[in-house]
Design a protein around this ligand. Sequence first.
Ligand SMILES: [Zn+2]
Length: 153
Amino acid sequence: MLRWKDIIYYAKYSNPEPSYRIEKTESEWRRVLTPTQYAVLREKGTEPPYRNAYCRSYEPGTYTCAACGQVLFNATEKYHAISGWPSFTQPASRGAIRYAFDDSHHMQRIEALCNVCGSHLGHVFHDGPEPAGLRYCINSVSLKKLEDEPEAP
Ligand SMILES: [Zn+2]
């Protein structure tokens, strides 16, 4: 389980190694992403609170990176944070996300990026639910949800 001290360590010193990397030029990203996706994923934009796809969705499933398809979060770690954005308390795996200090907008925050393709996802805060206490505040547009496969008969 990741805790705030792990997130600080990753942002400060060294992030976990992803199992693979996807690198594209910005013009390639522009071709494969919608303008809205591009503005958030590649230009670190933020979508409006509440008016987004996954804010109120709690059905089982897996959330992948909308840019590269890597698994980022499981619905089991999603919770209602009353922030207006989908919120998770843990990533799907330790190496799924990369962290960076973000001092933009006169705030000190920690940015969450896809560890495979480097796209912007959102931010991590330390006011999440116990036991980990983490809140991954993620843009819906950065995510693509895969429904769980129905159980085999
Ligand atoms: Zn990605």
